[in-house]
Write a protein that binds this ligand. Structure first.
Ligand SMILES: C[S@@+](CC[C@H](N)C(=O)[O-])C[C@H]1O[C@@H](n2cnc3c(N)ncnc32)[C@H](O)[C@@H]1O
Length: 185
């Protein structure tokens, strides 16, 4: 089987606007992205899993495979994910369709989908997910930006709050982890 790096690089060359990274995320980022999942219940959805760096970390936290659904728009990555993670639901669908996959009360979304400087994706992916998630649900986003990848104006439009969880230097490039929550009224 080809290495994760080789599969990732091949797809980055073919579909650069979707992959938007030069290598899979490091195990250190994956631990920061999945912190606290061992204390959760209910469905978890990972969007943009690529070759599964975060998927492995989610399962390593003790999350049962049947609680986890992956939404990945690249069919080559989906094939890799099905081989590596038996028992996990792998959907070859865009994250924009999270409201149509039959899940209620989603506890956490782990996101590798690039959202920085993409207002339409922020509305269709972040906004839509937080509307269908359980109250208090957390949307965890990786970004390479030191600042929140969603502007203050967009946060107000979507009715969300943003908190920085971590800066991870041990990644290529260095990564940040932000948590988005829906403001409860
Ligand atoms: C930067 S890579 C991150 C991969 C992996 N999470 C990691 O950190 O190593 C972005 C991933 O998001 C996927 N992607 C991009 N847009 C998407 C969308 N709208 N819905 C689902 N997956 C998407 C790409 O195919 C790619 O696998």
């Amino acid at each position: 089987m080809a290495s994760d790096f080789a599969v990732f690089l091949g797809q980055m060359i073919r579909r650069p606007t979707e992959v938007v990274a030069i290598a899979p995320s490091s195990a250190t980022v994956a631990r920061a992205m999945t912190k606290g999942l061992e204390n959760t219940t209910g469905p978890i959805v990972e969007i943009g899993p690529g070759t599964g760096s975060f998927t492995k970390a989610i399962l390593d936290r003790g999350v049962a495979p049947e609680r986890l659904t992956l939404m990945e728009m690249n069919p080559v990555f989906c094939q890799t994910l099905r081989e590596k993670f038996p028992g996990v639901t792998v959907l070859n669908r865009p994250a924009q369709e999270i409201a149509q996959i039959g899940l209620t009360n989603i506890n956490t979304v782990i996101s590798g989908v690039p959202v920085l400087a993409r207002p339409q994706i922020q509305r269709e992916v972040v906004g839509r997910a937080l509307r269908v998630m359980a109250p208090g649900g957390e949307f965890v986003q990786i970004t390479y930006s030191p600042n929140a990848p969603v502007s203050d104006q967009m946060q107000a439009e979507l009715g969300i709050s943003v908190e920085k969880r971590a800066t991870v230097w041990a990644n290529l490039p260095p990564a940040r982890v932000f948590v988005f929550r829906r403001i409860q009224h």
